[in-house]
Ligand binder design. Structure first.
Ligand code: TRP
Length: 335
């Protein structure tokens, strides 16, 4: 059976951009019965970016609760925390020993950090660069190769990491025999990239997001803050390039979108569009929002779901790691 696998880094509170770009398509895919899907919380990856224990802890809970509140089918997919699968770290080291340093030198995130350092007065290329950041793609390769995933749904920014995982897998296979499938990135061109409050891409790093489960009042306030131009209500408006329209479109049906487009053409006030967008989002989000808050109050239940997922995942990872250790020569001394 085809295996698909994807990781969700547990940093920060999920926002509308995450929802339309990654969460929604993944939850829809979680109901497929023709593939075996693995979805996991990349909580070891979270340590690369975040050294605040309270935040790391809170974010795991929030991300897991979000996915469950939105209807992730945990009977069908194997849903677990990376940190509950010790075999992944063990594999990560084994892979580290076949990975060329030169390959890691080329990673975009690492290169960006170095380039940023070089713009500063002391020009220290290594400033703030941990080995965790440098080796991030190896850990990610271990996540994927541990379960011999064929397909890995990811955002465009992760394509290079998948190429690296293939490189590392091929190198291991070359030394030790054909153990790994070469994984493929699946990038969905149709999924929307949402624009944030200020008109730039919605992203935690720009601080321009709309958190998915913001309480009703705060949600309304954020939507009212979205930047628009200063055209008067009666003036015809261009929906393309309008943040309000784009967010609406990401949620609405084709017919609903066409109807709003017509209203833009005949003139509609920004206040009215904002109110309409708020009501539309609020109606769709209020039910999962309530479930989300109920789940946040049941951490023991969430933990139990993750642990059950880990048991299922380890049915694959434990025997496979045993085989890999054997392949590299870590075997019982006696024949
Ligand atoms: N690096 C991914 C991201 O930032 C998260 C991730 C970690 C991942 N391990 C993975 C994604 C394995 C897919 C497969 O989005």
């Amino acid at each position: 059976m085809e295996i698909t696998l994807t990781g969700i880094t547990t940093t920060g509170t999920p926002h509308l951009g995450n929802y339309v770009g990654a969460i929604l398509p993944a939850i829809e895919a979680s109901r497929r019965t023709d593939v075996q899907s693995f979805y996991f919380l990349a909580d070891y990856h979270a340590l690369v970016k975040c050294h605040d224990p309270a935040l790391v802890h809170r974010s795991r809970l929030e991300v897991a609760a979000t996915w469950l509140a939105l209807g992730l089918d945990v009977e069908n997919v194997i849903f677990y925390a990376q940190t509950d699968i010790p075999e992944i770290l063990e594999l990560s080291w084994i892979l580290t020993c076949v990975t060329a340093k030169g390959l890691m030198n080329r990673a975009h995130a690492y290169k960006a950090a170095v380039a940023e350092n070089m713009t500063e007065a002391d020009k220290d290329p290594d400033k703030g660069v941990t080995m965790g950041l440098f080796c991030y793609p190896i850990l990610m390769a271990a996540d994927i190769l541990m379960f011999n995933a064929h397909k890995v749904p990811v955002g465009r920014d992760q394509i290079q990491h998948l190429e690296m995982a293939r490189d590392i897998a091929a190198r291991f296979n070359h030394f030790y025999g054909e153990h790994f499938v070469l994984p493929e990135a699946v990038v969905d061109d149709k999924t929307a990239v949402l624009v944030g409050l200020d008109g730039r891409k919605m992203s935690k790093s720009y601080g321009n997001t709309i958190p998915l489960f913001e309480p009703e009042k705060a949600l309304r306030k954020l939507i009212m803050r979205i930047k628009t131009n200063s055209l008067p209500p009666e003036a015809p408006k261009d929906p393309d390039g309008c943040t309000l329209f784009q967010i609406y479109q990401a949620f609405a049906t084709t017919e609903e979108t066409a109807a709003l487009r017509a209203r833009y053409a005949s003139g509609i006030g920004w206040g009215e569009v904002k109110q309409m967008l708020f009501e539309y989002l609020n109606e769709r989000l209020s039910e999962p929002r309530q479930r989300y808050h109920e789940l946040l109050a049941q951490p023991t239940y969430i933990e139990q779901i993750l642990k059950q997922g880990a048991v299922r995942a380890r049915e694959y990872s434990a025997p496979f790691l045993h085989k890999l250790r054997h392949a590299v020569g870590i075997r019982p001394l006696q024949k």
